[in-house]
Design a protein around this ligand. Structure first.
Ligand SMILES: *Cc1c(COP(=O)(O)O)cnc(C)c1O
Length: 378
């Protein structure tokens, strides 16, 4: 069976994790964490990058940095992971969901402004599959209404929008280094700050100024603000650093597999059997995900079973948040759900990971082609 995902591993991790062990510094913010911070700041241009214990915790930190008050509203897509909304609910805010664009599955930037109220404080975008949202329009809305912009760029490491790395365009950007992402430390993430804010390292260190103390800038550390323990262990940072060092190679390998899928499946798309992802002009993606869209949920269910029978594991993705129990309890949908539910039911993800071979990519694509032999299913 060709698995849907294999956690990234490049061979450098073992030595770096051992090095961390033998340095007798395994808690957070040691040498490997600093190397990861330097890599992230250098490669993204963010004023500040901080590793976190997960992408979820990066979002939680971003929500705390937004200084939300109970009843404040955050505009975000419903087609996203629970963490995108949870972060703001934990901070006391109300998620206001708006519809997505069917071509990229990203928030529809043309629907955001009509969802703005006098309680709106934040627009939180999510760059699905590492393909950027229409950020110029979104930043313009935010500027005119005095809103903060948070980017859930969990899937967007190494992607750009008009030359700007995802996660550095809004006020706060959140990366994930979960084992399902392009670069991994098992569980982990990072928050990027467009403008450095000393509150970030305080929030990350249990609400204390411990980071300043460790740099010798104060002679004791005390409780200063809200916070939690958001810094990962050096063992995790060491694992990640091995992959960041060869990020270009990992990125190129994923894009190669993505292009091969696209090439092999293009005739099916031209025949009207399936739809393939769109990458708008100005967006450079990172091969995070290869998805296709079947006609509807019935056809998708059959296709998943067909692929499984042919040795290919494929999976669907998000159940829209506004239709889930917590989404109904904590948030509301603004406007009409034209695409969120319908498109989410058609979407299917094919195997994609660092190390996926050309022959396995081709085998997966051929299994899809086999399903549609004889033209579009009716
Ligand atoms: C993976 C992911 C997250 C959560 O990241 P974790 O590191 O698993 O906590 C959040 N948002 C999106 C869009 C993701 O894909």
């Amino acid at each position: 069976m060709i698995p849907f995902n294999v956690p990234p591993y490049c061979g450098r991790e073992d030595a770096y994790v051992l090095e961390a062990i033998h340095s007798h510094k395994i808690c957070g913010d040691g040498a490997f964490t600093k190397k990861c911070h330097a890599w992230l700041e250098e490669h993204t241009g963010a004023a500040k990058a901080l590793l976190t214990t997960s992408g979820t915790h990066a979002l939680d930190m971003a929500a705390l940095l937004c200084r939300l008050e109970p009843g404040d509203e955050v505009i975000l897509p419903s087609y996203t992971f629970s963490s995108t909304a949870n972060a703001f609910v934990l901070a006391g805010a109300v998620p206001v969901f708006v519809d997505i664009r069917p071509d990229t599955m990203n928030i529809d930037e043309t629907l955001i402004e009509e969802a703005v109220t006098d309680r709106t404080k934040v627009i939180c975008v999510m760059h699905y599959a590492g393909v950027a949202c229409e950020m110029d329009t979104i930043l313009d809305i935010a500027r005119r209404h005095g809103l903060l912009v948070v980017e859930d760029a969990a899937q967007g490491v190494m992607s750009t929008y008009k030359g700007r790395p995802l996660g550095t365009i809004g006020d706060y950007g959140c990366y994930s280094f979960h084992e399902t992402k392009n670069y991994s430390m098992g569980e982990g993430g990072a928050i990027l700050l467009r403008v450095d804010d000393p509150r970030a390292e305080v929030i990350r260190e249990k609400g204390t100024d411990r980071a300043r103390f460790l740099r010798g800038q104060v002679d004791k550390y005390t409780w200063e603000d809200l916070g939690s323990s958001y810094l990962p262990s050096e063992l995790n940072a060491a694992y990640l650093y091995g992959q960041l060092e060869i990020a270009d190679e990992i990125n190129a390998a994923r894009l190669h597999a993505w292009e091969l899928y696209r090439e092999m499946l293009a005739p099916l798309a031209e025949a009207g059997c399936i739809e393939l992802p769109t990458v708008p002009e100005g967006c450079v993606h990172n091969g995070h995900m290869f998805y296709l869209k079947a006609k509807d949920i019935t056809e998708r269910t059959k296709l998943i079973a067909h692929l499984r029978a042919h040795g290919v594991q494929s999976v669907f993705h998000y159940v829209p948040l506004h239709s889930a129990a917590a989404g109904r309890r904590f948030g509301r949908f603004h406007g009409e759900d034209r695409y969120t539910t319908r498109e989410s039911e058609r979407l299917l993800r094919l195997p994609m990971y660092y190390g996926l071979t050309d022959s396995d990519t081709a085998k997966a694509a051929e299994a899809v082609i086999g399903f549609y032999q004889g033209g579009p299913a009716t």
